[in-house]
Design a protein around this ligand. Structure first.
Ligand code: SF4
Length: 546
């Protein structure tokens, strides 16, 4: 503990007093002596001038939640830069299935209105309406999303009116997302905007329940590198029908039927907790926070799910899957453990990944000493019990809260979804954390650091002081670490690898991590702080000795 305190005090010394005061609130050291997590500041503005690793609200709405919906076309309304940068960076995989034929999959394409100077001066709504007409004529999509970027908000194009008129003109749903980049302090605002729009306009429109005894949705799973498919494989083997993996390989058709499932699983708590909660209010659907990253974590999630349904056959099948899969992958994992065991890592990624991957690293015998998020809220660190105490500021008020009521026709009590009596449901809640998330703090070790919105300077300083063997990063900070001679794995797109979820994912991940740790290139890079300084001779470089 004292060592970490000193490390942080040294890190703060470069800051002016006001910056130091601010940043200290975003950094917490785990202390097992504390009963609960000390308050951490999160989801507040980055200090101007600091090099943050965060994305914008448009990135959260379009890039994370909306664009992976495979049978909708998503238009970026704005200059080409925002659209181009958000094109294909997340590697959400999609494939044809019984509801979506091959020619109705558009998620690999990039559509933008490419606003030019005259459009900015005279308005871009006519251009947007024209583009929708062209898209409908050329592609006949089932629906269209319009995501607006900063310049659109500034010039005031009414994308809602354009969407409404296009819906009437073409008879398909055209949705407008006012997700201009500046709408929030990070991409988190965009997730919320996307959740609200989908909840209001899409969920509940269908009436086709998929056949099966236990029908579930996996929410907040984006199928990076095929993660969602591995989860579907395992869940089907256990005896579930997967209604929708949202929004990884999700179709508009499936999302319309989201309310017809018995249980919502929440994988990324941050980006999708809004829909889980709103569905609980409107339809009564219970939700369970799960983690399918890591062998032990996957086993635990499967066991908790089986308990929810109180079905002996389901529990038996679940145990069989766990035994079969664990036995299959253990020998390979043991080989990789020989390389990974005892290695030290940082996990600084967006969403819930910094928490999820700690479980998989633990399976490999590695420890995470610094973990943090780019766009989390306090509850992602401290647990959902702090939500009522979070004060709403001007930035959070920017995102309208939907105040939903129970649907008169479709609402059912949580116990009815799970085929349990009220008493059984109450007993279940004591055993399984239904409708709850405990945050990252309980899984950290004494003396570990939790850091919110870690900036370029802090990352460099922590690397120099704590010397991790490996860093798990977002898109931007990967190269900071690698230039310092520390191998990094980019966890937004997995550096073109994956899947990393479930049992097969654990093997892929262990293989990639072991290769990363043993790549000879890292031994050839000398970090700047290890270079031996040449004595200063007073001569200018290139000066002639003669
Ligand atoms: S901040 Fe604005 S301009 Fe920049 S990428 Fe996001 S939407 Fe585009």
């Amino acid at each position: 503990m004292d060592g970490m305190d000193t490390t942080l005090e040294e890190l703060y010394t470069q800051y002016p007093d006001t910056v130091k005061k601010n940043r200290k609130k975003h950094i917490v050291i785990k202390s097992e002596a504390d009963v609960a997590c000390p308050q951490i500041e999160a989801n507040t503005r980055t200090i101007p001038g600091i090099i943050s690793q965060r994305g914008c609200a448009y990135a959260g709405c379009k890039g994370v939640v909306v664009a992976p919906i495979k049978d909708m076309i998503t238009i970026t309304h704005g200059p080409v830069g925002c659209g181009y940068y958000s094109w294909g960076t997340r590697r959400n995989k999609a494939r044809a299935d019984s509801t979506t034929p091959k020619d109705k999959i558009y998620s690999q394409l990039c559509f933008t209105t490419d606003m030019q100077e005259p459009d900015i001066v005279f308005g871009g709504d006519k251009k947007l309406a024209r583009m929708i007409d062209e898209i409908v004529a050329a592609f006949h999509p089932r629906g269209i999303n319009i995501c607006s970027t900063c310049p659109i908000g500034l010039i005031g194009d009414d994308i809602g009116a354009v969407a409404k008129a296009a819906t009437e003109r073409h008879g398909i749903q055209v949705l407008a997302y006012a997700c201009e980049g500046y709408k929030g302090v990070s991409q988190s605002a965009g997730h919320h905007i996307a959740n609200n729009t989908i909840m209001q306009n899409v969920i509940g429109k269908g009436n086709e329940r998929k056949p099966g005894k236990h029908v579930i949705n996996v929410l907040g799973e984006y199928n990076i590198g095929g993660d969602g498919w591995e989860q579907e494989r395992i869940l089907k083997d256990c005896g579930y029908t997967v209604n929708c993996v949202m929004t990884g390989d999700a179709s508009y058709e499936d999302i319309k039927n989201l309310h017809l499932a018995d249980l919502n699983l929440v994988q990324c708590h941050r980006s999708i907790n809004y829909i889980a909660e709103m569905m609980e209010t409107k339809y009564g659907t219970p939700w369970l926070k799960v983690n399918f990253v890591g062998v032990e974590a996957t086993n635990e999630s499967l066991r908790q799910m089986a308990k929810c349904f109180s079905d002996p056959e389901l529990e038996k099948q679940t145990e069989e899957v766990i035994a079969r899969e664990t036995a299959r992958i253990e020998p390979a994992l043991e080989q990789f453990r020989k390389i990974c065991r005892g290695k030290k890592a940082f996990a600084f990624v967006g969403g819930s990944r910094s928490h999820h991957y700690q479980h998989l690293l633990k399976d490999l015998g590695m420890e995470v000493v610094v973990a943090g998020y780019e766009f989390a809220h306090r509850d992602d660190y401290e647990g959902r019990q702090v939500i009522p105490t979070i004060k709403s500021d001007a930035d959070s008020k920017n995102i309208p809260e939907l105040h939903l009521k129970a649907d008169e026709k479709l609402y059912r009590e949580g116990n009815e979804y799970l085929n349990l009596s009220k008493e059984q449901f109450e007993a279940l809640k004591k055993e399984v954390p239904l409708n709850y998330y405990e945050g990252m703090y309980p899984d950290m070790k004494n003396g570990d650091i939790m850091i919110d919105d870690c900036n370029h300077y802090e990352l460099e300083e922590l690397i120099k002081k704590l010397r991790p063997d490996l860093i798990f990063t977002g898109v931007r900070d990967k190269y900071i670490a690698e230039k310092m001679g520390i191998p990094a794995k980019q966890m937004h797109s997995y550096d073109y690898a994956g899947p990393y979820a479930g049992y097969n994912g654990a093997i892929n991940f262990a293989n990639d991590v072991a290769h990363t740790l043993t790549t000879p290139a890292w031994k050839m890079i000398v970090p700047p702080w290890e270079r031996i300084e040449e004595p200063d001779t007073g001569k200018q470089e290139g000066a002639n000795d003669a």
